[in-house]
Design a protein around this ligand. Structure first.
Ligand code: SF4
Ligand code: ZN
Length: 758
């Protein structure tokens, strides 16, 4: 450990802890000890303090012991004649710094100073955007990541689509370099957090000036323009450990080890590194996150003592390369190597950038060159299995006029027909592959894809069209990705794009016949009809004791893995996360116990779970990791259950919001009366069948009622109460148990007449 780094980190820590203490004292005097403190939309209190100290801070007073702890962790500056390594002191200082920084942010929230505002800034596509720029010309930056977004990213983090995160602190050499760095990270689907400045100028300013969209949807999250706001990145890391690792607040060592082992993250320090940056970096090193600086600083390389700490110096102008853009690319490359981030990039031969980071991109009407589907036209996509000789691999045809024939911001009908052949291809995999079209197409920068089947809706932006993006590129994307991602079942793929109106009509008819046939086949598939179910252990990288059991009538709780998806995934990767389980002897058909399933539950949960009931919430319900689309929870007073969806941020009759409930439902533990589920499981005849089925639902987020209206109507009819959905309350009519009970009485909900649920 370098004495230079130790000195600067310790000095930085001393200063920031005193600053935090002064700020807290001032707030206590001005606002009073009982003043509430919280970050918005999180169940994890102040996450880093909660994770490392186990304290659930909810008032200013609660911060007093936190600061006391931070003070204890401080050390005097190393004397100039000492030669011993300063590792312990430096790491302590890092933790003291983080505690102080989170305290400062909490107090800033009390004063309404967070999230930070910036002139002319607009945060793209955020759930929590309370206002737009205009009022005073300043939009707010992101602030801490909310629980809903953390869980939404969870599935991408676990299935490897998102390999990790980069916390960038400071300001790049030029705007051009700033853009290049984030583009290189986006291309690899690495989540990007931005903070800090050098002499008042931040990479956030640089990206803003270059018109780069920042927000959850683009994987670029601007926290704030000072170093302190980098604390939100470490709060995110802490919550990952609590959310997916099943850890409890206060398990400091485990939280740090979890991050070191499972969260692939690094800090990229751009520009001069001051004392506070050294101190904050020392905190990041405790999490196992290396720090790469683009300036000259002393390095800390792994040695016997300092096995995991890393500080790498890569002075920007000395990086070999023909120009700054090449140097920026090499810098990113180096960061990835140092942390060992696993990255897979599929080269897709199209004229615009490509990667999952562009999946959430929105093409607004004004920026649009042309659209297919939506209000004024129709688009459909149809993937079918074809005979070996019927498919010419890589053949891409456009049948009909090109987009150049459509006026600016115009629309046209289009159909995408994909033929695939493969020795291991099965008819059952058609819908699995077809659904991927959404993700594949969306990966192109400047292309937006919504929906599927004959309700697809695709937009191409002007910028993409100007770069030459055209209809045939849909084919290039699909061909490349089908081979890259599904090479085990797809040997050959050809794509035909139809825009010629009679051809579109003809193929639409064929596609619809196929959709219908699939619907019938899927609806007819019962748990009883198959000899085996599938496990999904994809989330074990984050929730080590969780296993999803996926059956024809029970989709995985993330909603992303159906029985057929698992079956296809097993074909693609026979030693992967989806394994067939022979159901074995049926123990109880009502509750859904099988010998084979119990055995798997024991094995995969490392002994934490002994029995699993597929069809009950009251007895041995399936565990959850953290990715669930909805939470089902018993409301004892109403003899029924409520279902709250991830999109719903309002209060529920259980007295908790989704994000608070999620803390109880996740982590791989069995909690009778609480269950995380995929939303389509609600419509299954097996949904809590042992407890009375769908008729037990007394409250449901309006989002679900509306977005699944047709499917729920069918369920109501099946259950013999055709107007059942109208008798289910939602957040618009009841957010307490009393309101709910009264409303149910008034509307004669059937659960009130059912036998006691327990
Ligand atoms: Fe995770 Fe379960 Fe979804 Fe698999 S099915 S990805 S284990 S939530
Ligand atoms: Zn999960």
């Amino acid at each position: 450990m370098s004495r230079y780094i130790a000195t600067r980190a310790i000095r930085g820590a001393n200063l920031i802890v005193q600053e935090a203490q002064a700020l807290l004292d001032k707030a206590l005097a001005e606002k009073g000890p009982q003043t509430p403190v919280a970050f918005p939309n999180t169940a994890y209190y102040l996450p880093l303090i909660n994770g490392l100290l186990g304290q659930e801070v909810s008032t200013l007073e609660g911060l007093v012991p936190v600061m006391a702890r931070a003070q204890e962790l401080l050390h005097p500056l190393p004397a100039s004649h000492r030669w011993t390594p300063y590792l312990g002191e430096t790491l302590d200082s890092g933790i003291a710094t983080l505690l102080a920084e989170e305290t400062i942010m909490a107090v800033r929230y009390v004063y309404g100073e967070q999230p930070e505002r910036m002139p002319g800034f607009h945060l793209a596509g955020s759930f929590t955007s309370p206002d737009e720029p205009g009022k005073n010309g300043a939009g707010h930056l992101n602030g801490p990541i909310d629980d809903v977004q953390l869980r939404a990213w969870g599935i991408q983090l676990v299935d490897g689509r998102m390999p990790g995160f980069a916390a960038i602190v400071g300001c790049a050499k030029s705007n051009e370099v700033a853009v290049k760095i984030v583009r290189e990270l986006q291309r690899r689907n690495i989540l990007i957090f931005l903070a800090g400045n050098v002499n008042g100028r931040s990479i956030i300013h640089q990206l803003q000036e270059e018109g780069v969209e920042m927000g959850y949807d683009t994987y670029i999250v601007p926290f704030g323009t000072d170093t302190i706001s980098a604390i939100y990145a470490l709060g995110f890391a802490t919550r990952s450990a609590l959310t997916f690792g099943g850890l409890k607040g206060g398990q400091a060592r485990e939280v740090l080890l979890y991050n070191r082992a499972r969260v692939f993250a690094f800090v990229l320090a751009l520009g001069e590194v001051d004392d506070l940056k050294y101190a904050t970096a020392a905190g990041a090193i405790s999490y196992g996150f290396p720090v790469i600086a683009d300036t000259i600083i002393p390095q800390i390389l792994p040695t016997g003592v300092t096995q995991y700490e890393h500080v790498i110096s890569m002075p920007f102008d000395q990086i070999p390369g023909a120009n700054d853009l090449e140097r920026a690319e090499k810098l990113v490359q180096k960061c990835i190597e140092v942390r060992g981030v696993k990255v897979r990039v599929t080269e897709v031969p199209i004229p615009v950038p490509y990667g999952s980071a562009f999946e959430g991109e929105v093409v607004r009407k004004n920026d649009m060159r042309v659209e297919f589907g939506g209000k004024y036209s129709r688009a459909f996509e149809y993937l079918r299995m074809a005979g070996w000789d019927e498919v010419e691999d890589g053949k891409i045809q456009v049948v009909g006029p090109d987009i150049s024939t459509v006026p600016e911001q115009g629309h046209m009908d289009m159909g995408i027909v994909v033929d695939v052949a493969g020795r291991k291809m099965q008819k059952d995999f058609e819908p699995v592959l077809e659904r991927q079209i959404h993700y594949f197409v969306n990966g192109a920068s400047g292309v937006q894809h919504i929906g599927q089947r004959d309700i697809a809706w695709i937009r191409i932006s002007k910028a993409a069209a100007e770069k030459g993006f055209n209809l045939r590129h849909f084919g290039d994307i699909l061909h490349a990705r089908l081979h890259a991602d599904f090479g085990a079942i797809v040997d050959k793929a050809q794509v035909t794009i139809y825009t010629d109106p009679p051809k579109v009509a003809e193929w639409l008819e064929r596609a619809r016949a196929a959709y219908n046939e699939r619907n019938v086949r899927m609806a007819g598939m019962k748990d009883e009809d198959v000899p085996e179910f599938y496990t999904c252990t994809l989330c074990q990288s984050f929730a080590p004791t969780h296993v999803c059991i996926v059956s024809p009538e029970r989709v995985g709780l993330c909603g992303a893995y159906s029985f057929l998806d698992c079956k296809a995934s097993y074909e693609i990767n026979p030693t992967g996360p989806n394994q067939p389980i022979v159901k074995g002897r049926l123990i109880d058909p009502e509750k859904g116990y099988w010998e084979g399933l119990n055995a798997v539950a024991v094995k995969n949960s490392q002994g934490k779970v002994n029995d699993v009931a597929m069809y009950s919430i009251m007895e041995n319900p399936m565990t959850a990791c953290g990715c669930f689309e909805c939470i089902v929870m018993l409301i004892p007073e109403t003899n029924g259950v409520m279902v709250v969806s991830r999109e719903d941020t309002s209060m529920t009759p259980a007295g908790m919001t989704f994000s608070t409930l999620a803390g109880m439902a996740g982590g791989g533990l069995q909690t009778p009366g609480v269950m995380g589920v995929g939303k389509y499981f609600l419509t299954s005849p097996k949904f809590i069948k042992a407890d009375g089925g769908f008729k037990r639902v007394v409250w449901m987020s309006s989002f679900l009622k509306e977005s699944m209206a047709d499917a729920l109507k069918e369920v109501a009819e099946r259950e013999g109460v055709p107007d059942l959905v109208d008798r289910i309350a939602d957040e618009r009519v009841a957010t307490t148990v009393d309101e709910l009970s009264a409303w149910l009485e008034e509307h004669g909900h059937p659960a009130l007449m059912m036998p006691p649920i327990f």
